[in-house]
Ligand binder design. Structure first.
Ligand SMILES: [Zn+2]
Ligand SMILES: [Zn+2]
Length: 304
């Protein structure tokens, strides 16, 4: 592509190979880190408008991860907004979601089923701290599996690091400089090298890659207590409450996507008279919107 407009630097939304990239300014460093040094990237401030072939384009906070944006496109008075991924819950690592009025709203729908309802973040973080402290009493290292970009940094911003030492996996650690450069306050943490893991064994917390090999950790730290942090953990929690599914570590429900109420709220706030759903439970969400008087269709997109 000659020009790519990027909502955020997650790999299912930002691919290498385009000649030029435009994104929101707070995400430019992250995009460069993810796409590699040669990519031609321009960042513009949230709310600033640029003209391209008679089309007005601007980026507005999506509340998903640092630098994430909804893209507003205006042509002859017709306004479309492409959401990218978004959430309405507060996140200390990025600007809050900003509702933008438009005619057509392209909405993600990752958690577009009514059963997805997030517990309050303070509750989740308190449970996570209690789990960490209980693991310390049992002499076990706490290992949390979380995405390198976004989730890891949000966890860091919430963690009480007076409980014990925290390590983060190296891919996530490399991105911390981008966060600090953007003015996001994060506690000082070391990378999860073999040597560091041995040093904090039995009392520390390691934020590991979801793809990392738990048996490698076992050799370094003894048998760890493991947990996943994701919106999908709600499904595991529901299974557990019904007495099925066990033995694969704890699940903490913390998502960087809107839950059902968040999606419906954001769509309502857009005032759009057409909603195009994509990227998840697109069909159930579109059907619900239509049944409630708002024209909606599924927009087929390529999903990484
Ligand atoms: Zn994303
Ligand atoms: Zn996505």
């Amino acid at each position: 592509m000659a020009r790519a407009l990027i909502t955020h630097a997650h790999s299912d939304h930002a691919r290498p190979g385009s000649q030029a990239y435009l994104c929101a300014e707070p995400g430019a460093g992250l995009l460069a880190a993810r796409l590699g040094g040669k990519a031609n990237i321009t960042g513009i401030a949230y709310g600033q408008t640029v003209s391209m072939d008679g089309v007005r384009v601007s980026f507005h906070p999506a509340g998903h991860v640092l630098g994430s944006a909804q893209i507003r496109i205006e042509h002859h008075g017709e306004v479309w907004v492409v959401s990218g991924d978004y959430k309405l819950d507060a996140d200390p690592t990025c600007c809050p979601f900003e509702p933008i009025r438009c005619h057509t709203f392209v909405s993600e729908s990752t958690f577009g089923l009514p059963l997805f309802h997030w517990p309050p973040t303070t509750e989740v973080v308190a449970d996570l701290h209690a789990w960490w402290i209980a693991n310390q009493h049992a002499g076990r290292t706490s290992v949390i599996f979380a995405y390198a970009f976004g989730k890891t940094q949000r966890l860091l911003a919430h963690l009480d690091t007076s409980i014990g030492p925290v390590l983060v996996h190296e891919a996530a650690h490399r991105l911390l400089a981008c966060y600090r450069a953007a003015g996001v306050p994060l506690p000082p943490v070391a990378p999860a090298t073999d040597e560091n893991i041995r040093r904090i064994a039995g009392r520390g917390l390691v934020i590991a890659s979801p793809t990392s090999d738990p048996s490698a950790l076992l050799n370094l730290s003894g048998p760890p207590s493991t947990a996943f942090v994701s919106g999908w953990m709600l499904l595991r929690k529901m299974q557990r409450d019904r007495g099925v599914g066990r033995g694969v570590g704890r699940g903490f429900v913390l998502s960087d996507h809107a839950d059902w109420t968040g999606l419906v709220t954001a769509i309502g706030a857009s005032g759009a008279n057409l909603v195009l759903t994509t990227h998840g439970y697109a069909e159930p969400l579109a059907r619900y919107l239509r049944e409630n008087g708002r024209p909606a269709e599924v927009l087929p997109t390529h999903r990484g």
